[in-house]
Design a protein around this ligand. Structure first.
Ligand code: 13P
Ligand code: 13P
Ligand code: MG
Ligand code: MG
Length: 389
């Protein structure tokens, strides 16, 4: 049986207006590039999608994951799009193209990438989720619900093909390490990690019985890669559905709860993730609230049948209303945490500059621990941490 690869590569190559949306000329350019690749037989099919100011190239081909040729196609398409963005002086033209030249693999270069190779089943429904104004850890909550929570996914209880459970590859993005943990028996361990969304992100999910790939997420964290803020790592996620996997409705249902995610204005605020239709995916209030779209496809012999706009459903109206109410509530905090992210998680790292500016003005307190006591305390804590390692 032939294998199909579904590759989603996304990048922000220029916002229109500001960081709110994408200019139609960029879509036209990307479609021209991918059509010419399809005409040459390099890819089987494609769609150009977007959410907010992020463009996503959804491509099918037979070259497997991590194909240099396909990643280069994605890169070159963004480079061509950036030329258009520069002509129009769009905001942050080429923002996600961190490196000047393409070195072989799009991962770690700026653009986000989620891809999966699989044998097509009799019917092959997928949903490609794309989010703007947040980071890959935003998928942890809904993905866990889909594949490990029977209160979301009755299929885990009803469908015997799911009784074996699912295994989760979880990446430690700060140390670039991955662990595989098994649901249901290790679900407390899974939650212990993935609840810390800025450090641990789900990378892949497989069905345990036959190792069938079911979910994959883009995990690139631009802020860490570049050492400073250049753009939020607005993520993509591919979920395979039905027939021994969570049904389409079990996959969309977690988004009926607009959970809080890091991102939003200047990539430095906590806000609710709002599920929205393609048409409503342009975040303009305080550059948000963070948004997610769901593009549903059936894949037939490598051809993409779709997309269906999955959140264009009044069933998500309450989630949108709740997201707006939560957005109002969070916004009332202004520059205070937990609306504002803690200093080490803010994407605009202006605090060190301010700290430097007023450095001389901090006076040591006459009572309480001295600077030396505190240094000793930190040193003691560090030895304790080392002992645990
Ligand atoms: P499948 O058995 O094809 O996965 O469909 C389950 C279902 O009824 C969806 O709600
Ligand atoms: P993007 O990551 O979507 O470009 O947004 C950046 C930002 O600063 C929003 O306020
Ligand atoms: Mg942007
Ligand atoms: Mg964006």
């Amino acid at each position: 049986m032939t294998k199909t690869t579904l590759t989603v590569i996304k990048a922000d190559i220029g916002g229109f207006v500001g960081h709110s949306a994408i200019h139609p000329d960029l879509i036209v350019k990307a479609e021209e590039e991918l059509q010419s690749s399809k005409d040459k037989g390099q890819i089987k099919d494609f769609r150009v999608l977007w959410v907010g100011d992020d463009m996503a190239l959804v491509m099918t081909h037979d070259k497997g994951t991590n194909s240099k040729e396909i990643h280069k196609l994605g890169w070159d398409t963004f480079v061509e799009g950036t030329k258009v963005a520069k002509e129009l002086k769009l905001y942050g033209a080429g923002q996600d193209l961190l490196s000047e030249g393409f070195s072989g693999n799009i991962k770690g270069m700026g653009p986000g990438c989620a891809e999966m190779e699989f044998e097509e089943r009799t019917s092959e429904p997928f949903i490609v989720f794309l989010a703007d104004k947040t980071s890959p850890g935003a998928w942890n909550f809904p993905a866990y619900k889909m594949f490990a929570d029977p209160f979301n996914t009755p299929g885990l209880v009803i469908d015997e093909n799911m009784h074996g459970g699912f295994e989760f590859d979880i990446m430690d993005v700060k140390n670039n390490k991955t662990i595989t943990l098994k649901a249901p028996e290790e679900s407390y361990k899974i939650l212990a990690f993935i609840g810390a969304v800025e450090t641990y992100v789900i990378k892949n999910i497989r069905r345990r019985g036959d190792k069938m790939p079911c979910a994959t997420m883009s995990t690139d964290k631009l802020s860490l890669l570049a050492g400073k803020y250049i753009g939020k790592d607005d993520p993509a996620m591919i979920i395979r559905c039905q027939s021994g996997l969570p049904a389409v409705g079990e996959v969309t249902n977690p988004f009926a709860f607009p959970h809080l995610v890091p991102g939003w204005m200047r990539g430095s605020h906590t806000g609710p993730m709002m599920p929205c239709s393609f048409a409503d995916s342009n975040p303009s209030r305080f550059d948000g609230p963070p948004r997610v779209i769901g593009a549903g496809f059936q894949i037939a012999e490598g051809m993409l049948v779709g997309p269906r706009d999955m959140f264009n459903d009044p069933g998500f109206d309450n989630a949108r209303q709740k997201a707006n109410d939560v957005a109002d509530y969070m916004r009332m905090h202004g520059p205070f945490e937990p609306h504002r992210l803690p200093p080490d998680q803010m994407e605009y790292t202006t605090l060190p500059k301010i700290q430097k500016e007023v450095k001389e003005r901090w006076m040591e307190n006459s009572d309480g621990p001295s600077t030396k006591d505190l240094a000793d305390q930190h040193a003691y804590q560090a030895t304790k941490d080392d002992e645990l390692e």
